[in-house]
Ligand binder design. Structure first.
Ligand code: RRO
Length: 310
């Protein structure tokens, strides 16, 4: 049974890898993903300069998932570019996530990363929910178009986008109409559901410090929204645009569902924080078991083949 797939023209021996954010900020963390059964290595979203991020506590786990308001702590894009040479020793693709604080920053970072050896692709984050005063670009369709026009003037390395979750059917159409006008390599659905609120009832308090306790929600509860977003963009975009599923993946069955909806690969976020990089081998084994039981020898045998009831 093969879990092999292709993202942005790069072969991956497993369709599972890390979401940008958890355990992918330092070289030691990226090494751990490299040494694991993950099919690729993806960096934490990078800004022009190193950032400390928001004050702690800024991440909290619940029985059903997580809330975070990290505020884009990262080492700065040069660090992730320097890491590319080391990433290459793991013989799997290395993707850098980019989340500049403004359009000019995004262009500057992407110009610097573009064409660099061992940077397999760039994941442009249009959906950071946690920098006070910075709206998510992905919720402004016209601004998304403006940014992509600026970026595609400069980029030679394959580029995909990380989208926020959409909830209204016309919004899927509007974002797809923007994306269709650019040579996007992949679309990652979804980032955390922005600005939820988790409460500790004993303390009658919020659980994270930044933004009065508001933060991005990940984990079990976001899986139906993630699946809907994967499905919608799979049906709306050209089939040569890979859809990367992200949201609520902690078992082989969760991956199976994402692939049925049209995902070519999937990313693990909250469960990676909880379990560590061993999650990639465990979930891969569970997925192989499910595929074996159903007689599927590879991912393409069921990718996108979700049935409807009419
Ligand atoms: O660093 C963060 O607070 C963060 C980012 Br950039 C993102 O894209 N998604 C998220 O849940 N947190």
């Amino acid at each position: 049974t093969s879990l092999a797939t292709v993202v942005a023209g790069c072969p991956l021996s497993s369709c599972l890898y890390n979401a940008s954010g958890p355990l992918c900020t330092t070289a030691a963390e990226l090494d751990a993903v490299g040494s694991s059964e993950a099919g690729a290595i993806l960096s934490k979203s990078a800004t022009l300069e190193k950032r400390q991020g928001n004050p702690s506590p800024r991440y909290f786990e619940t029985t059903w998932g997580s809330i975070n308001s990290m505020g884009l702590p990262n080492e700065g894009y040069r660090y992730y570019l320097d890491y590319a040479k080391r990433a290459a020793t793991f013989n799997k693709p290395y993707f850098i996530s980019v989340s500049g604080l403004g359009f000019e920053d995004n262009v500057a970072i992407i110009r610097a990363l573009s064409g660099q050896e061992h940077v397999s692709a760039i994941e442009l984050n249009l959906s950071c929910p946690n920098v006070p005063g910075k709206p998510q670009t992905g919720y402004d369709f016209e601004q998304s178009r403006v940014l992509l026009e600026m970026i595609f003037e400069h980029v030679t390395t394959p580029l995909g986008v990380k989208l926020p979750p959409y909830f209204d059917l016309p919004h899927f159409e509007m974002m797809a109409a923007v994306l269709r006008d650019f040579p996007i390599a992949f679309v990652t659905c979804i980032n955390s559901i922005g600005n939820g609120l988790v409460i500790d009832t004993d303390q009658e308090s919020v659980v994270i410090k930044p933004k009065s306790g508001f933060g991005g929600i990940g984990g079990d509860f976001i899986k139906p929204t993630a699946l809907a977003n994967v499905r919608k963009f799979y049906t709306l975009l050209d089939k040569d645009v890979a859809i990367i599923g992200c949201g609520g993946i902690k078992s082989g069955m969760d991956v199976f569902e994402h692939i049925l909806c049209g995902a070519s690969a999937v990313q693990v976020g909250t469960q990676l924080m909880r379990e560590g990089v061993g999650c990639f081998a465990r979930i891969a084994a569970e997925l192989r078991e499910i595929m074996g039981g159903k007689g599927y020898r590879d991912i393409d045998s069921f990718k996108g083949k979700l049935k409807t009831l009419e």
